[in-house]
Write a protein that binds this ligand. Sequence first.
Ligand code: XMP
Length: 507
Amino acid sequence: MQQKIIILDFGSQTTQLIGRRVRELDTFCEILPYNKFPKNDPSVIGVILSGSPFSVYDKEAFKINLDEIRGKYPILGICYGAQFMSYTLGGKVEPAETREYGRANLATFDKENPLFKGFEENSQVWMSHGDTITLLPDHFKVIASTDKVKNAAYQAEGEKLWGVQFHPEVFHSVQGTQLLKNFVVDICGGKQDWSAASFVDTTVAELKAQLGNDRVILGLSGGVDSSVAAVLLNRAIGKNLTCIFVDHGMLRKNEFKNVLHDYECLGLNVIGVDASEKFFKDLAGVTDPEQKRKIIGRDFVEVFDAEAKKITDAKWLAQGTIYPDRIESLNITGKTIKSHHNVGGLPEEMHLQLCEPLQWLFKDEVRRVGRQLGMPEHLITRHPFPGPGLAVRILGDITPEKVRILQDADDIFIQGLRDWGLYDKVWQAGVILLPIKSVGVMGDERTYERAVALRAVTSTDAMTADWAHLPYDFMAKVSNDIINKVKGVNRVCYDISSKPPSTIEWE
Ligand code: XMP
């Protein structure tokens, strides 16, 4: 049985980071909404309570019945999690005299406490709180303090229950990973046995048992997630997997042909459907970004559905949904702000059961699994690419000619990034075709042609991003090549906006 740590999410922005850190310890974990603790699950070995945007005394604050977990599992409360346990069990939490955000140092800590094994003097931690624990319950003892925060960490005496006011999951808590390791490995007994190889073995066995002789359909996008899902399923059920790869005409230059070839080399049973004409026809004259997305989504489902219906005995629809697509992050009102976007176009009338073998993995874990499966590196390290493709990078209406111009410019940029060894240093990159023309001069001739913007960002999850600081020499070369080689373009700009407040894509 795969052991797991449960992280209960009280709505903090850093909950996902806690998950990342635990996974980096090669221990499996699940992030669940605060009120969804799994009853009677023997694989649970410990519980972490996250931070929250609430104060414990807010009327709407998220609360749980601690009795359900206390004494049954080791518990670590982080920030709000620590305040909540302290407050609920008889302590006092009050607004701090000065709100504390940023670096602090553990001026004193209990060297004997297992939570601080390996800690150095004055270890730097990251604080982010407006409230502070002013009084601990009777049987709690302080195990660390900073200059400003007396109760920076505590343990309930005689219990495996700890609370820390700081955030061990963030990078700036220098020994934060050590603290989480102390909790997960030493205190909870996590075996650190999650590896790509063990994942592949267990998942292939599970898929064989789950799917038996059933036929499965999977939509390939050319991206990492659906490709890894396909190769994994192929290993489990071979020819009973049929993959469908739809060309909506807005892919990168030669992408349909190249990726199809890659898939065939991987031994996948794949049907390539060139539906670009239909998409171009339906998109003609449409300028509104959301309208474009809707048309592409609808057409995609129609094309996929028509193809899938030909496989009359299919019982399952497989998807490359990964964990960040599924995690329900809570906002202050308790509403779900992000959930399961990958399932968007699922053709419901197909009556297929859903199979999502990567649903518990983070992106870098998917890549590790891909490598384990022997997939080529260029498929594994591919940049993310939006589902509607170049359609959201052509501002204004879409024509085959505009797609051609954009494909050519994009190809120069992306190939340039590869040639200069920059491709793996950026999260994603692309070119945007702007809906303006400007004056230029080529030879002795005045030109009046299009402008394109290059976009390259660094990021870890696409939620926030910074513009990539690419070398000037590189940009000069790319700009020159685009203007000289791509007919119809006479101006190249570089987008230097970060997200937020901008977004990665322009539409
Ligand atoms: P933004 O532009 O919101 O993009 O900063 C964040 C990430 O999502 C991708 N993206 C999309 N992916 N369908 C998709 O499948 C879409 O409509 C879409 N819009 C943006 C974007 O490329 C980036 O990786």
